[in-house]
Structure formats: C-alpha cells, structure tokens
Design a protein around this ligand. Structure first.
Ligand code: XMP
Ligand code: MG
Length: 190
C-alpha cells in the first residue's frame, strides 16, 4: 500500500506496483525477441500511456524511438463515444517503420480501432499493439492486441497513468475508484 492510496478514494488495489513491473518485464522479453535486429518505434497515446511507456521503454533491452499522439474519445463522461479527434499528431513519418502502439487500457476498443486504421494508412512496415490493461467484458470491437498486461473486470480504474478528472495518474498501482468519489463530483456539479 502506498501513502497516496490510503485516503479512501480507492475501494481496492487491483494491481500492485510490483505486479505491474513484473508483467512489464515479461512483456519486454517477448518484445525483444519479436523485434530482434529490427527498428522499433513506440507510439504512446497521451496522457494515460505515459507511465507504461516510461517503464516499458526503460525495461526494453532494445534500441527504440518514441513518439506520442493525443486523441480524445471520451468527452467528460466515463463512456467511450467512438468519436475520435486527433489533439496532437505524431512528429514521425511511419513509412517503413515497425510501430508498436503503447496503450494504458483498452475498454470498448473503439478508440484504438480508429487509431489503428488511421496509422495503417501511413505505410508502416508493421503495426502491433501493447496495452497494460484490457477489459474483455467491455469490448465492442474485435482488436488483435499482441501484448496485453492484464485482463481486468469491467470497472472504472485509476492510477499508473489512468485518471478520473485528471487525478490519480501518479499512483504507482492500479485501483478501483470508490463510488463516493463519483457521487461527490456529481453533487458538486449541481
Ligand atoms: P475505449 O473505450 O475507446 O477507451 O477503448 C479507451 C480510452 O478510454 C479511457 N479509459 C479509462 N480511463 N479508467 C480510466 O482512467 C478506465 O477504467 C478507463 N477505461 C477507458 C482511456 O483513456 C483509454 O485510452
Ligand atoms: Mg488511453
């Protein structure tokens, strides 16, 4: 348990810091084998993937380059709309590159399937997905995700990059947000 978790905002720590780091190490070993001897461009999706990108990239014993995209799909609620806007595009030309999209979480999959289709039009040599978390019960589209950290229940989670109202991103673990946090925010908005 970390001090920032104990203010009662989380009902449960779902995945501990140690579990995240151990899983990222396992995933990195697979990625190293799969991309041995080849160029690798990691594309992080802001802002949620910042932590997984930082830890994965440093865990990889493989030279990588990194670039970032920011897309918006959620508006203000917690339900994916499927309507995606690019807020910040890549600086990198993808033609001929081996691209690995680094994501924090796949929920409905709508954002990622849009992103995948978009990046595929830019002529990469290959394109795969690495996501720390996936909610299988929330899937609305089928996406082939090569590297998945953890399948989790269909609950709203925060920490390790994931936010509620921009908060909790700096928690080292992933936890389930306590209902009173939503209801307090809803009451304050009235
Ligand atoms: P979709 O549904 O399009 O959503 O796969 C992908 C994006 O939605 C955000 N998301 C979450 N953020 N806790 C969060 O803090 C969650 O449980 C959650 N589920 C989805 C996230 O930005 C993700 O990239
Ligand atoms: Mg995200």
């Amino acid at each position: 348990m970390e001090p920032r978790d104990i203010d009662g905002d989380l009902t449960e720590i779902l995945i501990s810091e140690e579990q995240i780091q151990a899983r990222l190490a396992e995933m990195s070993r697979r990625i190293e084998v799969d991309y041995a001897g080849t160029d690798l461009l990691l594309v992080g999706v802001l802002k949620g993937a910042v932590m997984v990108m930082a830890d994965l990239a440093r865990e990889l014993h493989h030279p990588v380059t990194m670039d970032w995209m920011a897309v918006s799909s959620y508006g203000s609620g917690t339900q994916s709309s499927g309507v995606v806007r690019i807020l910040k595009d890549l600086d990198t030309d993808l033609s001929g590159r081996n691209v690995l999209i680094v994501e924090d979480i796949i929920d409905s999959g709508l954002t990622l399937s849009w992103l995948l289709a978009n990046l595929k039009t830019r002529g990469p040599a290959s394109i795969e997905i690495c996501a720390l978390l996936r909610k299988p019960d929330a899937a609305r589209v089928d996406i082939d995700v090569k590297y998945v950290g953890f399948n989790i229940p269909n609950k709203f989670v925060v920490g390790y990059g994931l936010d509620y109202d921009e908060k909790y991103r700096n928690l080292r673990s992933v936890g389930i947000l306590a209902p009173h946090v939503y209801s307090t925010a809803a009451a304050a908005a009235l």
